[in-house]
Design a protein around this ligand. Sequence first.
Ligand SMILES: [Zn+2]
Length: 405
Amino acid sequence: MGWAKKQMMEQQERGYGSIDKSVCEDCVGDYALKQFITDNGDEGTCDYCNSEGVCIDVESLIGKIMDGVRFEYEEAVECMGIEKGEFIGADTWDTYDLLYEVLGPDMELNDDLLDDIVKTVNDTTWCERDPYQLRESKEKASMWTAFSQMVKTKTRYVFFRMPERDKYQEEAAFLILDHISDEIERLGLIKPLPSGSRFYRGRMHDKKTKIELAKDLSSPPHEKAKSNRMSAEGISIFYGADSAKTAIAEIYDSRYRFATTAIFQNLYDIQVIDLTQIANIPYPSLFDEERRGYRESLAFLRELNDNLTRPIESMESIEYIPAQIVAEYFRFLYTYQGKSIDGIIYRSSKVEDGVCYALFFNQSQCLESDPKSLFPDLHTQMMRMDESSIGTNKVEIDMQLIKMY
Ligand SMILES: [Zn+2]
């Protein structure tokens, strides 16, 4: 076989041709591509910005980029149906559009470098991997929607015995709860809170009412527990916040002018699910071999988190029901490393950067045991109010702003 022919076959197989240039890490923006150059490059001169430093040959960089591309895309000719000479049933992109328009904004390459890469990669038609399947994150999002619809409008109490399959969904919608816990574990969102952590709770009241006792500020008694973001009516849990301001904003009621707050502390180490971390996890690059497997998990959990923590006007709203079920699932059915989950941390929908806690402790778990009770030994106090922390504020709200005196 002649040299030219051999070269052509090799180019066909790997999907790109030859180019004799070098590039430095400053000419690429994506963090994983930068790292690739730092880890694999040698001292040299960059052909794009002329600076001296660690550079890599552009062919190696193209190899790295195409490896990322093939993680989420494949050649349409391998997997798509054709009708009248056109690929059908899913989106396709030619190499130019894929590299410039779809991936370009994230890769952030030097313009001349991107031009060179597009010229060197074989021109072909691309589609998403398994183009006729929903992407994992989309599939889970659609299961969540189906589940939410079911518990809001069809069955709220016996959903776990609904048929495994229906016409549209591969799996029973309620199995989304297991998928959610898998993703939460995978992204490391379960964390310990040491004993002595501080949580603010508040109550709004009129001028006459004095709030001084732990039982006035603790989780409510069952008969007074209202439907709330993470608990149904009649089920008492401990809603706390990271500051007095967040606590008041969360319970704000314009009928009252005063708010009394206090700090509670947990008496034992507990473990919670921290949804606030979802926003902090950087979306992994397609070229990050170690973490790119999380892209779909993160896309789904971001959407779920927005849904679980969005502002809802009325506490009586059925919009809370899916989140209430998620909370009960984590409270009673799920365990992590042999231990149950004691609560969920989420972003306040009222205060920017405010953090809220739904801890699964009812009123009696916030109080000392009653010496007159029949079985004092059966009582385990989990939370204790710091009496010195009680403070009363006059509250006014103009627009979104809270003033405290
Ligand atoms: Zn450069």
